[in-house]
Ligand binder design. Structure first.
Ligand code: SF4
Length: 399
């Protein structure tokens, strides 16, 4: 039985509204047809320029600050180690995932390039300018990894290839490896193969939902979105064969109505296949179809974070953990002294994702404050200090 069935308030998305035809498919941006001029910082008070990949890509606020194309400072961290490049089109993503700020149902309300995504704005930058800056920095680049984030759009397969080719023509993928955050819905096995041959290092699939039912409800037919659990797994298994062990993975959002047991069973399945899980804590993204729902309680999140770390990096097995009747972790399946050592080290509570240059269990993709506000951090984009660890211990009900 899942939390969803237990809960008095199920994590049910709002139904998407009807979009007037004159606002569909980026019609407003295309009709205004304002030519872009260099970097575009999201701004709801001016007309959004007509920008399109592969000439333009969007990147997180943290990446834009680190790249030096946008002023700003981040709480307790000076840079991000992952340059995430998001494909961009006036039509935007054609999917409608309920937790996502980029979803199609927002096209009446906010132009694509101005939509918030994982809690931040995503400035649009010419690809050439981006590559110029990173190529100039060479080995001294602050970035440990680049990630092309595909969205659901008829052009995204082809444009991902173009971005990857343009990048690797100037930047050695051994210096800054490239990850692909894929969009399985439009992809074939041949597309996965092509990206591997062109030098991509890691291929990930954003399953996001931990169970087929939650997938259907949040990013399938439940919200008039085109994705299917079956297709996502098909591409994930293609990636497993083509990219090989430790070079593929899946994103999972914790707290969308699944139990802790559900998530950790999936984490074990991915490890048994030779891959990794990259985890996000559910946060009600403003403007999304789930913005009325509660963020994941911190005790739940910390238990899953810790158990996931044990399965992914310490060879502890899901089967040796014990759960209560609500599917909550009651026993992590590891001796107390080892558990204490891992909690004290703090790495388990950092952002998870593709590795950078520091260590195999430290993600380059630190996504500062992507899944929580800085006042109540879910995924730490840096090494948690003593005060942070005291808070984490409280959340885990540990002394
Ligand atoms: S496919 Fe990705 S970008 Fe598009 S709505 Fe779903 S989660 Fe958001």
């Amino acid at each position: 039985m899942s939390c969803y069935e237990h809960s008095a308030k199920p994590m049910e998305p709002r139904a998407p509204g009807v979009i007037p035809i004159e606002l569909k498919n980026g019609a407003r941006v295309k009709a205004n047809d304002v030519p872009p001029q260099g970097v575009y910082l999201p701004n709801n008070n001016i007309l959004t320029p007509n920008m399109r990949s592969p000439q333009y890509v969007q990147m997180s606020t943290a990446a834009a600050i680190t790249l030096g194309v946008m002023p700003g400072r981040m709480h307790r961290t000076s840079c991000t180690r992952c340059l995430n490049l998001l494909l961009t089109y006036p039509e935007g993503c054609r999917a409608n995932c309920a937790y996502c700020g980029l979803a199609r149902h927002r096209e009446g309300e906010r132009d694509y390039a101005d939509r918030n995504f994982i809690r931040v704005d995503w400035p649009a930058v010419p690809l050439e300018q981006t590559i110029d800056i990173v190529a100039k920095d060479g080995e001294n680049s602050p970035f440990h990894r680049m990630c092309i984030s595909m969205i659901t759009h008829p052009r995204s397969d082809e444009d991902t290839v173009t971005v990857l080719k343009q990048w690797t023509a100037r930047i050695d993928p051994k210096t800054i490896p490239v990850s692909i955050l894929s969009n399985p819905t439009t992809m074939t096995r041949a597309d996965v193969q092509r990206l591997h041959e062109l030098g991509a290092d890691i291929f990930t699939v954003a399953l996001d939902a931990a169970t087929p039912e939650i997938f259907e409800r949040t990013r399938g037919k439940g919200v008039q979105s085109p994705h299917s659990w079956r297709k996502y797994w098909e591409i994930l298994m293609d990636a497993r064969e083509i990219f090989g062990p430790q070079k593929f993975g899946a994103h999972i959002i914790v707290g969308m109505g699944e139990t802790e047991r559900d998530v950790l069973e999936l984490v074990q399945r991915l490890v048994d296949l030779g891959g990794h899980s990259h985890m996000f804590c559910f946060f009600p993204e403003k403007g999304s179809l789930m913005d009325h729902l509660p963020a994941t309680p911190r005790d739940q999140w910390r238990r899953v974070q810790l158990a996931r770390y044990l399965i992914d990096y310490r060879e502890v097995r899901f089967e040796s953990m014990r759960f209560d009747e609500l599917g909550r972790v009651m026993d992590f399946g590891v001796a107390e002294d080892i558990l204490e050592e891992i909690v004290t080290a703090g790495t388990a509570f950092r952002t998870s994702g593709c590795p950078g240059k520091f260590a195999a269990d430290i993600s380059a993709c630190d996504r500062p404050y992507g899944d929580s506000p800085p006042s109540n951090i879910a995924s730490y984009p840096f090494q948690p200090n003593g005060t942070d660890l005291r808070k984490i211990r409280n959340q885990l009900s540990r002394k």
